[in-house]
Ligand binder design. Structure first.
Ligand SMILES: Nc1ncnc2c1ncn2[C@@H]1O[C@H](COP(=O)(O)OP(=O)(O)OP(=O)(O)O)[C@@H](O)[C@H]1O
Ligand SMILES: Nc1ncnc2c1ncn2[C@@H]1O[C@H](COP(=O)(O)OP(=O)(O)OP(=O)(O)O)[C@@H](O)[C@H]1O
Ligand SMILES: [Mg+2]
Ligand SMILES: [Mg+2]
Lengths: 152, 223, 152, 223
């Protein structure tokens, strides 16, 4: 069990560094097993991130958008290691600026061959990146309906 | 494994029977504030067995039943069905086009030992087998037990219902079963416990903000 | 003290109902003093909201955008009752759809004669509604600078 | 009362002396993720007396001091100054253009009783009076005490400094004072305790989500 976990941890770590660099256009990030636990099977996981041009810091000091982007990088690294058949992301692009929304949707393109992705969003750039668009309306107040949409 | 489609009836703001087809690739879900987008995510979490009302933004589980609008009265039941294709195949099942997922899945079908072993294969998901809408629960007797199943059908349908009384029902291809049967079945697929495949609105930071020990659970799930 | 509080509560309640109707284009909202406390001076304040076409419900059941909009309505009602010289809103428009961003910025226009408003945003429509634009840049990585901008 | 401008030095990502003029009406602050927009809001909360490091997204108060970048070493001090016009006038002071806010303000100037009463009017804010940047705190002796002040000058400058040692300094128009002096002065203006005039990123729901008793504090502040 210990070997398996270590193997998974190392592989996810590599994916995480790669996804982080893609999303931030540089910089680096790292996952560390917290030292205070002796046993690998008990240890918690610490995350440190260094956006380009900044110092390596704990994730608490990152900005709102930097945190969301780092979280997406971690999520993508878990999916890369072990794909899940589906993924639902509810407005994760809300805190991102335009440049980061583009990098985010480009990264999602890499997951789409293994995973059915549902992206709930208000952001036009994210809508443009999708293969298909569904609209949810309340033509009748208080009652939801789902309609396929074409993108104008 | 592929998600084929979901049918929602009386769940949150979905009053009438609503169908949501799951395409491949990336699907964007859009619409004005309050129109019901996040309720779709809640429906998926719920039918896959979510037990905490607070994860569904509700106080009690019965709150997920349509509780009326300006023009409609509250309903007595909510029901969501999720249709899978090639439940046990690797990846998203495109490879084994022969239609029977068990063909090149993980080999032996799910083995669930239960109190009284009965040989009940999962019946083919009949398109027309609409569970009786409305209030009356099916008879208890037909509860399903999964045992040595040779052939898992091409399509598996997981259904969950809840009544105003708070009683929940789980159904697998039209046959009543227990939550545990569904959880055991899903645990053998790539869905696992879904710790990281659903990110709720405003909760993207939780992936990072969780305490190191909690974060570990996501890694163990993946490992 | 009791009279003063009641007077303030009633006035804020009126502003709240008005701001809510402006932001949601209809519906109604209400503030209630929680019954369990005997004394007005101790009671907590409950909020209930009814977006147009829906039933009156507790604010927990509202969607992400509806909650943000209701919170803004409450904030504006406090400002209307007792203006504060300044107000800093950090990306409060992030969960709103385009139609609600427009209603939100229109409402802010009403506050601008009494209050200096600072609106941190990534949303183009909010930028367009502002009188002045400041850009924050990190031309030198890791070091912030502030520059007045013209809107293209 | 009007906010005129803020000067930031060594606070979070603002390394060099940065000036932020406060226009009337609505000012939009824009820029890429992580460029320092929310740090401006933090600077305003901090100089007005915020005591909880967690409200400034930091573990300890010293974390607000510039702690280095790829090209620069960490600094030893952070300082923020907030320049007000017509501190005690009603509304935002346009009405009494005579330049001395106390003209038609709330009448009597702030009355702060302190241990040893000394008649120390607030000196005019000298543009050039740059507090010595770097580490050495000013001598304790010149601490300011606000007593019966006849004339509040047109411009009042509130300054806060912190050193790596964790020691905080408060300055009013160039004279050292206590946090309490600043809080008492602000309490008499329309700023009050700022409960509802600063909404941090991602916290708009807190206005609603607070427990009913906490929400009450906002109402009392306004009443
Ligand atoms: N049991 C229920 N019965 C009827 N309506 C319900 C029920 N539960 C929730 N709703 C309605 O669903 C709406 C919220 O839907 P949802 O959260 O999915 O919106 P959304 O599309 O995600 O909006 P946003 O873009 O603001 O996040 C609420 O307005 C609420 O009235
Ligand atoms: N003491 C400090 N010294 C140097 N840099 C700091 C310090 N504290 C915070 N920072 C930097 O400030 C940046 C965050 O700034 P801020 O939160 O203001 O960004 P923002 O413009 O609001 O971004 P977003 O649009 O993502 O919300 C972080 O990247 C962090 O490195
Ligand atoms: Mg939503
Ligand atoms: Mg920010």
């Amino acid at each position: 069990a210990r070997e398996r976990f270590r193997g998974a941890f190392e592989a996810i770590q590599e994916h995480f560094q790669e996804s982080f660099r893609t999303l931030f256009g540089g910089g680096r990030a790292e996952l560390r097993l917290s030292e205070e636990d002796e046993d690998v099977l008990e240890a918690g996981i610490e995350v440190a991130a260094q956006p380009p041009g900044k110092r390596l810091q704990k994730i608490g000091l990152l900005s709102g958008g930097e945190k969301a982007l780092t979280a997406v990088a971690l999520l993508v690294s878990l999916f890369r290691y072990r794909p899940s058949p589906f993924c639902i992301l509810d407005e994760v692009d809300a805190p991102l600026d335009e440049a980061n929304v583009e990098r985010f949707t480009r990264l999602l393109q890499e997951l789409r061959s293994d995973t059915q992705l549902i992206l709930i969003t208000h952001n036009r750039k994210s809508m443009e990146a999708a293969d298909l668009l569904y609209g949810v309306t309340m033509e009748e107040p208080g009652v939801s309906k789902i309609l396929p949409l074409r993108f104008e | 494994l592929r998600l084929d489609r979901m049918e929602i009836l009386g769940f949150k703001s979905f009053y009438g029977r609503t169908r949501f087809d799951f395409p491949d690739g990336i699907t964007a879900v859009v619409g004005p504030n309050g129109c019901g987008k996040s309720n779709i995510g809640d429906a998926i979490s719920w039918v896959l067995g979510e037990q905490k009302a607070s994860s569904l933004r509700s106080d009690r589980m019965e709150d997920v039943i349509f509780n009326g609008s300006e023009g409609r009265r509250p309903l007595g039941m909510a029901e969501v069905s999720l249709h899978f294709k090639n439940l046990l195949a690797d990846g998203n099942g495109h490879a084994n086009g022969n239609g029977h997922g068990a063909g090149n899945g993980h080999g032996a079908a799910p083995e669930v030992t239960v109190a009284a072993d009965r040989e009940v294969p999962i019946p083919e998901a009949a398109e027309s087998a609409r569970p009786a809408a409305g209030g009356a629960p099916e008879s208890q007797a037909a509860a399903l037990r999964i045992t040595e199943i040779e052939e898992i059908p091409e399509e598996v349908v997981v259904t969950r219902r809840i009544y105003r009384s708070g009683e929940s029902e789980y159904v697998l291809n039209g046959q009543r079963c227990r939550l545990k049967d569904i959880q055991d079945l899903l645990a053998r697929t790539d869905i696992g416990s879904r710790l990281y495949s659903t990110i709720e609105q405003g909760k993207i930071d939780q992936v990072l903000a969780a305490r190191p020990k909690d974060r570990r659970a996501m890694f163990e799930e993946a490992a």
